[in-house]
Design a protein around this ligand. Structure first.
Ligand code: ARG
Length: 606
C-alpha cells in the first residue's frame, strides 16, 4: 500500500493496510473512535495510549488511555454530563467500539482507562505472525526515503573509535528504517577533500617519482605517511609552497594531481573496508569531493536570498540565537566543512528527494549541524517546524572511554587501530568458546564463524545498549561476559531456545499447522504480550533514533523467556507441548529480527 501523508494525522489508515499496526496503534485507533463520540466538539484530540507501568509490582491492565484529564481541562463546564476527569474516563470507556482485542476495561484514579487485552487475540496474533512472517510486524513510518550519513572517516587520517561508534549506530538506524519500509541511502561522507591533499600529493611525488610504484604495501600505513609529510611541510618552506600550489592544481583538475589524489583515496578506502567487512556494514561513498561542483550554485542561491554577508574577509551566514556566524567561504576564498555540508543537505533534499536526513557523529559536532540546519530553514529548504518533513536530525553520541576514565587508547600507542580491536574481540571469544567441551568437536569453520558472530556482536551490543548520548567504557571482559546484559548472553539464550526445539524432535513447520497457541499460564501470557510489542518498540526506536530502546526490549524478552516462561512452563513432554514449542519458535524469530536490526549475526548452537 502506498504511504500517504494522511497517515500522520489519523489512525484510519490502519484499517486498510495489509499490516494492521502495533498493539499500541490498534488501541489508539479504538480510542480515537471513542474520543470522537465522547467529545464531538474537539475533533482534533489525539489518543494518548501507553503500556501500563507496574505500580508497586501491581498492574491494572496492559495498556492505558490517558486522555481524560486533558479533556476535562479543555471542556470543563461545556458538557454537562461530565463532573470531573473520572466521568470523562467512564465515557471514553463506554464509547469504545466493540473489538476482539480487548478483554476488559476499567477506570482508575483520575480517569485512566485501563485495558486488559484478550488472551485469545494475543495468541491469534502470534499464530498469524508465525504463518505470515515477522515482516508483517514491521512498522510503517510516514516517509519514503531517508539519508543516513554515518561512519564518514577522513582519508589519510585516523579512523578512530568515534568513527566506529558512528558506523555501529548508523548501521542499526539504517537497518531499522529499512525494515520499516523506508528507502535508505546509506552515505559515507568521507573527508576526501581539503588542503591536506596538497601536502600529501607533493610528498607522494617526492617518494615515488614513478606513479606505478605507488601501492599500499609501498606506502605502508597512511597515518604514518601523513605524519611524515606534515613534518616535511612544517620544516621546509619550499616544500610548503609546492604543497600549496598542489592544492590549486588539484582543484583545477590537473590529471597528474587528480590521479595522485585518487591513489591516496584508494589506499584509505582499502583500510576502511577491512573494518566494514568485519562488521558486515554496507555503505555507499559520496565523499566531500562529490559536492564540490555544486557549492558555487548553492551559495549563489543563498546569496540571492540575502543570507550571505562579508565578515573580516570571509563570507558568512548569521543565524538566530547563535553567537558565531557560519563561515561558508574562508578568507582565502576556499570552501570548508560547512559549505560542503550545506551543499550536501541541499543535494539530499532537492536531488535525492530524501525526507529525513540523519547525521551520526559525536556530540562535539552538534553546533555545526545546528547551524547548518538553521541555515537550511532560513533558505526555505526545510520547514520551520521540526515535526514535519523533510527534516534533518543530528544523532549525537558520547565518547568511548578506557578503564582509566579517559579517552580510549590501546596500550602505548596513541591511536586505536579498529581492525586490531575487532580482531581482539574475535580472538577472545574464540578462546572462551574453545574452553567449552561442546565446541571442541566443531569443525574449524564453525568455530571461526561463531567467534566472529559473538566477538563483533559483543562490541556492537556494548555500544548500542547505552543511551547513545552517554559516554561508555570499553571493556572486553565486560562485553564478553556470558552473564548479564551482553550480546554473548543473548546469543546463547537464542541458541538454547533453538536447542529446545531441536530436542523435541518435532518439525516446527508441522507444529505450526497442527497446534494452536494457548496462553493459559500467566507466564505464557506475559511472554506472548511482550512478543507482540516488538512492532511498537521498533517504531519508537526509529522515531527517536534510539537503538538502546530495542536492546532493552531484547534483553527483557530473553529474561521473560528464561526466568518466567521457561522456569515455570514445561515445554517438551508436557500436554501443552505444541503450543509451547510455537512460543519458543516465536521468541527465537523475534530475537533473530532484533539481532538483525542491531547488526548482530545469530548463533544457533553453543
Ligand atoms: N568526516 C567527519 C569527521 O570525521 C564526519 C562527517 C560527518 N558527516 C557530515 N556530513 N559532516 O569528523
Amino acid at each position: 500500500m502506498a504511504v500517504s501523508d494522511e497517515r500522520l494525522c489519523s489512525y484510519d489508515w490502519i484499517q486498510d493496510a495489509e499490516n494492521v499496526g502495533s498493539v499500541k496503534r490498534q488501541l489508539a485507533h479504538l480510542f480515537e473512535v471513542s474520543l470522537r463520540t465522547t467529545v464531538p466538539s474537539e475533533p482534533d484530540i489525539a489518543p494518548l495510549v501507553e503500556p501500563c507501568a507496574a505500580k508497586s509490582g501491581v498492574k491494572f491492565g496492559d495498556y492505558q488511555c490517558n486522555n481524560a484529564m486533558g479533556i476535562w481541562s479543555k471542556i470543563k463546564g461545556k458538557q454537562a454530563e461530565f463532573k470531573g476527569p473520572p466521568s470523562v474516563g467512564q465515557a471514553i470507556m463506554k464509547n469504545l467500539p466493540p473489538s476482539d482485542i480487548i478483554e476488559s476495561c476499567s477506570v482508575a484514579g483520575p480517569g485512566f482507562v485501563n485495558v486488559v487485552l484478550s488472551r485469545n487475540w494475543i495468541a491469534q496474533s502470534l499464530q498469524r505472525m508465525l504463518i505470515d512472517g515477522i515482516e508483517t510486524w514491521a512498522p510503517r513510518l510516514p516517509l519514503k526515503r531517508a539519508v543516513v550519513d554515518f561512519s564518514s572517516p577522513n582519508i589519510a587520517k585516523e579512523m578512530h573509535v568515534g568513527h566506529l561508534r558512528s558506523t555501529i549506530i548508523g548501521d542499526t538506524l539504517a537497518r531499522m528504517l529499512e525494515f520499516s519500509h523506508v528507502d535508505v541511502l546509506r552515505r559515507n561522507h568521507v573527508g576526501d577533500w581539503g588542503t591536506q591533499f596538497g601536502m600529501l600529493i607533493e610528498f607522494l611525488f617526492e617518494k615515488f617519482p614513478n606513479p606505478e610504484d605507488v601501492n599500499e604495501a609501498a606506502i605502508g600505513d597512511l597515518q604514518t605517511f601523513y605524519k611524515a609529510s606534515k613534518v616535511r611541510f612544517d620544516s621546509d618552506p619550499e616544500f610548503k609552497q609546492r604543497a600549496q600550489q598542489a592544492v590549486v592544481r588539484l582543484q583545477g583538475g590537473e590529471t597528474r594531481y587528480r590521479d595522485a589524489w585518487k591513489q591516496i583515496c584508494e589506499i584509505s578506502r582499502t583500510e576502511f573496508h577491512r573494518v566494514y567487512e568485519r562488521l558486515g556494514v554496507h555503505l555507499e561513498e559520496k565523499g566531500e569531493s562529490f559536492y564540490n561542483p555544486h557549492i558555487p550554485g548553492v551559495l549563489e542561491e543563498l546569496n540571492k536570498k540575502g543570507m550571505i554577508e562579508d565578515s573580516e574577509g570571509a563570507r558568512v551566514i548569521f543565524l538566530k540565537d547563535v553567537n558565531i556566524p557560519l563561515i561558508v567561504v574562508k578568507s582565502d576564498g576556499g570552501y570548508n566543512y560547512a559549505s560542503t555540508d550545506l551543499t550536501a543537505l541541499w543535494y539530499r533534499i532537492n536531488e535525492e528527494k530524501a525526507e529525513w536526513i540523519i547525521y551520526v557523529t559525536d556530540v562535539g559536532q552538534q553546533q555545526h549541524f545546528d547551524m547548518v540546519f538553521k541555515a537550511a530553514k532560513r533558505a526555505g529548504w526545510l520547514p520551520a517546524d521540526d515535526n514535519s518533513y523533510p527534516k534533518a536530525t543530528h544523532v549525537g553520541f558520547g565518547l568511548v572511554l578506557g578503564e582509566d576514565g579517559k579517552r580510549f587508547r590501546t596500550r602505548n600507542t596513541e591511536v586505536v587501530r579498529l581492525v586490531d580491536l575487532l580482531d581482539e574481540a574475535k580472538n577472545r571469544s574464540k578462546t572462551a568458546l574453545l574452553e567449552r567441551d561442546t565446541a571442541k568437536e566443531w569443525p574449524e569453520e564453525e568455530v571461526e564463524k561463531t567467534s566472529e558472530a559473538v566477538g563483533y556482536g559483543a562490541v556492537k551490543y556494548a555500544d548500542l545498549k547505552n543511551n547513545r548520548l552517554t559516554n561508555y567504557t570499553f571493556n572486553f571482559d565486560q562485553m564478553l561476559n556470558d552473564k548479564g546484559n551482553t550480546a554473548v548472553y543473548l546469543l546463547y539464550a537464542h541458541a538454547r531456545i533453538c536447542s529446545i526445539i531441536r530436542k523435541s524432535g518435532k518439525d516446527i513447520e508441522e507444529v505450526k499447522k497442527n497446534a494452536k497457541i494457548a496462553l493459559d499460564h500467566e507466564d505464557e501470557r506475559a511472554l506472548g504480550l511482550h512478543l507482540l510489542q516488538f512492532s511498537e518498540v521498533v517504531e519508537e526506536a526509529c522515531t527517536n533514533l534510539l537503538p538502546n530502546v530495542l536492546c532493552e526490549y531484547l534483553y527483557n524478552l530473553s529474561e521473560i523467556f528464561t526466568k518466567k516462561f521457561y522456569s515455570n512452563c514445561q515445554v517438551v513432554g508436557s500436554p501443552e507441548e505444541g503450543s509451547r514449542l510455537l512460543l519458543c519458535e516465536a521468541t527465537a524469530i523475534v530475537m533473530r529480527k532484533c539481532f538483525y536490526l542491531l547488526g548482530i549475526v545469530p548463533v544457533y548452537k553453543i
